[in-house]
Structure formats: C-alpha cells, structure tokens
Design a protein around this ligand. Structure first.
Ligand SMILES: Cc1cc2nc3c(=O)[nH]c(=O)nc-3n(C[C@H](O)[C@H](O)[C@H](O)COP(=O)(O)OP(=O)(O)OC[C@H]3O[C@@H](n4cnc5c(N)ncnc54)[C@H](O)[C@@H]3O)c2cc1C
Length: 462
C-alpha cells in the first residue's frame, strides 16, 4: 500500500531509520494514531527510531519536506496530544528504551525516552532509589511522555513533578538540530533554562532523545491515614492545616461526596452516611521518628468537622484503607462508561469554593460531576459523567465544562495540573495566558521549529 507521502521521502526515511522501521501500510499506521482521549487519526507513515542519530535524521528530513511530525511514547496521554491530526509522520520512541547510565553516587540516571516509567522505577529501586513522578499509568507510559507532559501523581505534593526531577535533556529541534540542555549536577545557572522549557511542551518544540533524571532515595517506611469529614470544607481546611506544619505527606488525596456516594453504590466500604469528604494521607521517611511525624499530621487533620481518622502501619492495613480510592475507577466505569475527565488546579484554600461552584454547575446543567484528586496540590480531577449516545446531554456537558474552566480561573487556578493541553483544551488556553505571553510562546515555537512541523495544532491556540 503506498503512502500519501512522496515516495522519495519514504525512501529517505528508510535509509535513515532502516527499512523495517518505517511503516506505511494504513493498517499498521492506524495503531499509532490514537491516545486515551479516544481521538484517532491516520498518519501517513510511522518511523520506529532506535537512536538519537536516527531521530535527528528523520526530523531533518521532515523539516526539509515540510511534513508534520508527531513524537509518540505509548499513547496514554488524555488530551489528543499525540494524535496526528494532519497526517504526516508519527515518530515512535518505543524502541529507545535503554537505561544508559545509573550513577547512585551522584543520584542520577541517564535514560532513553521510550523507557516506561515502571521499568525506570524497577531499575533504580535495585540501587535504593526512585524517580518521583508517579502517574497511575506508570506501567504503560514512557519517560519521554512524562517529560513532554510534565506528568505527576500523588507524590508530587512532597517530591515535585517531572520538571522538578529532571536535570538535563538531549533533544532534536524542529529544524533537525541536536541540542543538549541543563546539567548533570543539582545546581546550575548558566544560560537560559531550556530543560524546563522543553518539559511540558508536548513535543511542539523538540523531540527528546535522552534525559538525565534526578533520583531520590527510597523511604524506609510509610504510614497511611484515612480521615473522614462531614463537609468538603472541613476536609479542605484539614489540607491547609496539614500543609502548614513541617511534615509534608507524600500523598494527600481527596474524594468528595459525589465520589463517595458512587463507591457506596458499588461496594460497601463501611463509610457512614455522615461522611461527605475523605482524605487519604501517606507519610514516608526514616523509620525512626515516623510515628511522631504521623502524630503531627493526624493532629493537623483533626479540624472541626472531622468524623474519624483510621491508621495503618503495615502494607495490608494500608491496602485496606486505599480500597475506597481503588474502587473509584471501576465504580466510575460502572456508572458511566464515558466521562469527561479534567484535571484543574486551584489554590488549596479555594478547594471548597471550587467544589461548591461545581455543585452549582452540575445542578444547573443537569450533569453528574464527581471530584477527587491530589488535594495537597489543589489538583482536582473533575469528572463529568455523560452518556455518549445522548446528544443533548453531551451538549450540556460541553457548556458545563466551559463554565468549569471560567470558575477555575476566577478562583486563581490553572486549566491543567498534569494532563496538559493537547487538542482538547487548546481553545481555552487564551483565557489563562495573556496575549503578550502567548505571542512570546509562538515566537519561541518558531525559533525551535521554523517550518512548524512538530506536533502542529497542539498546545497553543491558533
Ligand atoms: C489510566 C491512565 C492514568 C493516567 N494517570 C496519570 C497520572 O496520574 N498523572 C499524569 O500526569 N498523567 C496520567 N495519565 C496521562 C499519561 O499517562 C501521561 O501524560 C504520560 O506522561 C504520557 O506518556 P506516553 O508515553 O503515553 O506519551 P504519549 O501519550 O505517547 O505522548 C504524550 C505527549 O508527549 C509527546 N512526546 C512523547 N514522547 C516524546 C519525546 N520523546 N519527545 C517529545 N515529545 C514526546 C507526544 O508528542 C505527546 O504530545 C494517565 C493516563 C491513563 C491512560
């Protein structure tokens, strides 16, 4: 089957990456055109690169030919960021999955972008370390995807996001030029910080071919608390109180009444009717002194409106406490097989205002909204439950979502904490970023990618 690309370009891509590394049959290419946004588009070719040099050659060829190129990890992104809406080439990094160097004495690892997050964690755990970014998708997402989306998870509250745990990058700009950014040390202030610019840029500025990651020693022990509250306001007050004392938990997750009610309908977790909000709290650190640290966090969590705090000090008891949080995804699937899942962020003190505002929007638009998320960062996953076959409900959900973003911005928040913009939030970016800053960002895009081939139509609005 012939590709829509000029055959001369296909030949050159084959010379650059190897004959079997270039797919042009639509049946093969189709599998590289989706992500978890449930959007899909057909690329004209897929190149499975194995080396930095191949990436540089492929990007250079596409740049010269003006052919769109989308870098791809494992396609677990939720925003359509890796969907090749204009066709062109999908450059899969999945074969570049090696740990290039592991240097425990300097607490760093140098890896290729196609390594999965979990494979990285396994490799460094053998030396007593972990890499803090912990997306739930760890088993199936890549470090390259984590970097491009600035991915994070519950641990970000204590250990930071991908941006905070990356020292340097090797990459290929949209012009096909190879660059190295950052340092191999934990301090450095020479030149502009291109590392932090590329992280979170969703493959629109450069293709990342290598990363130097900052590692953290594994904690000796971990304790889990589950705190239940009469109101979400009380839970939010507890979050602020916990974050204002010296022991920072390594997870501080919130579930609102909607989420708890949904689980109640799915599985009996022994949560009484009085429970309107729940916090899952984890504290890690050296074994010695951990008991006092947990006491301090529990004391801070004991605000007005607390119903009770359950403690777990071993893995089995902790797994039991996490049962409610784990039941959430199957419960959601049970109630609504399709949902619109956003990951907005507000200052922690505004969480009650966000939850109240979402309740008002849900009632006005006739949409069920369920909220949970990384409360310590104010990062709330807002789930609008919709029936995809009900066009009227879908339209109401879209209006509700639109007003949700306005609400978040009014509360001093941001549209995305970890999932990014991709295709789905692109048109809302203008509401958050001022015109002069947007112009600067577009200018930066042109400097990195003069022919505009890298992931066009993503991240920045037209
Ligand atoms: C079940 C599930 C749970 C999830 N949980 C979380 C979570 O807890 N936290 C979180 O942050 N995210 C989460 N995600 C979202 C997603 O897994 C992350 O964004 C992840 O980082 C994407 O990695 P990927 O390899 O699948 O990237 P892809 O989806 O393949 O790509 C995502 C973006 O990165 C770009 N990209 C990929 N590789 C490169 C590269 N080498 N150079 C330049 N650009 C590149 C792509 O062009 C695209 O813009 C979840 C997704 C699912 C399906």
């Amino acid at each position: 089957v012939s590709s829509r690309l000029p055959s001369r370009l296909v030949d050159r891509l084959r010379s650059a990456a190897g004959r079997s590394a270039v797919l042009t049959d639509p049946a093969d290419c189709w599998a590289y055109g989706y992500d978890n946004s449930r959007r899909q588009a057909l690329p004209d070719a897929v190149v499975l690169a194995s080396t930095h040099e191949q990436v540089a050659a492929v990007v250079g060829l596409c740049s010269a030919a003006g052919v769109p190129l989308v870098a791809r990890g494992r396609g677990t992104g939720t925003t359509g960021a890796t969907v090749p809406v204009r066709g062109g080439v999908v450059l899969s990094l999945e074969r570049m999955n090696r740990v290039l160097a592991l240097e425990p004495r300097d607490r760093l690892a140098r890896v290729e972008p196609g390594l999965t997050n979990q494979a990285l964690q396994d490799a460094v755990a053998a030396h007593g370390f972990f890499w803090p970014p912990d997306p739930t998708s760890a088993a199936v997402c890549t470090v390259g995807g984590n970097l491009a989306c600035n991915a994070a998870g519950p641990r970000a509250i204590k250990y930071g996001t991908t941006r905070d745990n990356t020292l340097g990058l090797r990459a290929v700009t949209g012009a096909g030029e190879a660059i190295r950014t950052g340092v191999a040390t934990t301090k450095g202030v020479v030149g502009y910080d291109l590392t932090r610019l590329l992280i979170g840029s969703e493959g629109t500025l450069a293709v990342i071919t290598e990363a130097t990651l900052r590692l953290t020693p594994l904690p000796e022990a971990r304790h889990t608390l589950q705190a239940t509250y009469r109101t979400v306001g009380a839970a939010a007050a507890a979050v602020s109180a916990i974050m204002a004392q010296p022991v920072t938990p390594c997870a501080l997750e919130l579930m609102d009444r909607g989420a708890i009610d949904m689980i109640r309908g799915y599985q009996d977790l022994g949560l009484t009717e009085a429970v309107s909000a729940l916090l899952m709290i984890e504290i890690d650190g050296p074994r010695h002194g951990l008991g006092q640290a947990v006491d301090a966090v529990a004391a801070a969590a004991a605000v007005d409106g607390l119903i009770g705090i359950a403690r777990a000090t071993d893995a089995t008891a902790a797994a039991d406490l996490w049962r409610a949080r784990r039941a959430l995804s199957p419960a959601l699937r049970n109630v609504a097989p399709k949902k619109i899942n956003e990951d907005v962020v507000v200052p922690v003190s505004r969480i009650p205002a966000l939850i109240d505002g979402l309740g008002e929007l849900a009632a006005r638009h006739g949409i069920t909204i369920v909220n949970f998320g990384h409360a310590g960062n104010g990062n709330i996953h807002v789930n609008l439950l919709v029936d995809p076959d009900d066009a009227a409900e879908l339209a109401r959900a879209e209006r509700c979502l639109d007003e949700t973003f306005d609400l978040v911005l009014r509360l001093g928040g941001t549209l995305s904490g970890e999932h990014g913009v991709g295709l789905v939030k692109r048109e809302f970016v203008r509401r958050e970023i001022d015109p002069a800053s947007l112009r600067l960002m577009r200018d930066l895009k042109r400097v990195f990618d003069p022919n505009g081939i890298l992931n066009p139509d993503k991240s920045l609005p037209d």
